[in-house]
Design a binder for this molecule. Sequence first.
Ligand code: MIC
Ligand code: SF4
Length: 662
Amino acid sequence: MAKTLTYKIIEKHLADGALEKNSPIGVKIDQTLTQDATGTTAFLLFESMGEERVGTEVSVSYIDHNMSQFGPENHNDHIYLQTIAAKTGVYFSRPGNGICHQVHLERFGKPGATLLGSDSHTPTGGGIGMLAIGAGGLDVAVAMGGGAFYLSCPKVIGVKLVGSLGKWVASKDIILKLLSILTTKGNVGCVVEYFGAGVSTLTVPQRATVTNMGAELGVTTSIFPSDEQTRKFLAAQGREKDYRPLAADEGCEYDKVIEIDLSNLEPMAACSPSPDNIKTIKSLAGTKVSQVIIGSCTNSSFTDLMMVAKVLKGKIVNPAVEFAIAPGSKQVLNMLADNGDLADIVGAGGRILESACGPCIGQGFSPADGTVSIRTFNRNFAGRTGTKNDNVFLVSPEVAVVAAIKGEVVDPRTSGIEYPKIEMPEKFLIDDNMIQKPLAPKEAKDVKVLRGPTIVVPEAAKKLPDNLSGKVLLKCGDKITTDHIMPAGAFLKYRSNVPEYSKCIFNCFNEQGKPSFAQRALGLKEKGIGGIVVAAESYGQGSSREHAALCPMYLGVKMIIAKSIERIHKANLINFAVLPIEFETGADYEKINQDDDLEVKNLNDAIKSADSIVVKNKTSGFEFKCSMKLSGRDREILLAGGLLNYTREGTKAQSKETIAND
Ligand code: MIC
Ligand code: SF4
């Protein structure tokens, strides 16, 4: 039977289950990536699992998120990550080497391989034909140990690209167009696969922009075929040996097909507060802009920044605008410096930020009150910039650089500025001196792992009680992102100290003068009462940060009831033994209030086999049904009290078997 590219790669890596849509499967993982904001926990959990060496082909630990280093916390994390990488056989990308997704694409990505990363934008690797999936740190820790990654065998949405992009229209506009069609809701369990004649017109960096921001659709991943463009990119990176052609079988069937004619696209923007709030640049023209930043893992490639440099050459950034660039990697920055183009950006008044996530994760550059900030990033959730009521337009570098010059949104096609066509270089500047290679087991034995005093090993999850009595600590609405649950920015430095980080949980819902969510939750925990969060559609959108499950778990939250829950977050909740359930009847959501007392009886039996459970609202005296969409493995993990306990039990059972077989 003719197969999609997605199914062809899964089939080659199938470790458990059958290749049937929606059925639970385990996939062998070839490569993993972790970054410092999620990696510290991932490695601490890896150690708690008793693992000593990674069992993957390639595992890379990147330092790119927590780079502001106010206080010793982040540097402590970096040193821990560097020493544990050396000990466990992991490549270590030093701070300054660049953003994990950009560097991974340049130096490690391999068509046809599987990649699991503790960051939601790991699907960037789909631009080079990898099956690249974002997950929580604990899932990545299991994969680093050689364990399979479990997911529901996906539906595949085929996106047929025809035509070619016009002047000033960028690959960012392809994904913005798709976000306007599919939105950020309702795509859980799908993979987006690109095909059609338009594919060959896009370079790997252009494709990577599209697959990167596919994360905002809430899909499992996105993937492009591997073709001549892929070969050229790999050859330019000195890695042609990693190339292999890959495509879907002729005549394969997709669950749905969307056609996008690249020739008909126009420059677009995603406006606050959601990446699917898409407007055309034409309709926004004239909007005054006070900040422009070009960077992030979505749009900081060499070709992106070359285009920016060419447009800025000999011009000056508008006096009303603060303008900065954050090159995606040391390779990009070095090449711009080498060929003199960096001088054109600096000469025009550009501020040069280091090759890291920076403002994308609220590490500085918060915009002024009541102003518009134009960014080439992928997320514009309310307050993510560090400014309350921020107004962020997510756009292509083409739109951004023109706005920087003009001081307002201008359709670049009618801006009067000449369009600079940029070709991908035939050879990138290759220097891996900032990537430390893994040590051989013999040398690694002598490495001392350094854990600074600010690194606190997270508390293990506990089994859920059979009769669960809990209080609704918070009732929130649609599209609650992990940034709402566990804010980053200034709080990011506490990632490796769960008790400290937990204090800022649901910060945006805390009211001055009233006890915070954390204080109320801890109060209940002391009394042995479970905390409950009630939400509407798409709870847990956005990042892979497992702290959005780990911190609630630490604070005694036992259950999340929502109309729908996003994939990565739901898996993280299960991994930390917090029960995720969904309203069977949406109207029941309306009947629950904050502070209501809820009760579920015989929970363990229900988790073992039931598809739904009855929840009693003791405060208003009514009962409602919730569905439990759980795989057999999810049920076992919940019953074991989380993935760590489940893995330990599995290891115990396995070693007993080995002894018995001896
Ligand atoms: C993000 O873009 O939100 C992050 C920061 O990269 C997160 C990871 C994290 O919270 O550390 C993500 O996308 O998974
Ligand atoms: Fe970093 Fe932003 Fe990319 Fe997340 S989305 S990995 S914070 S650059």
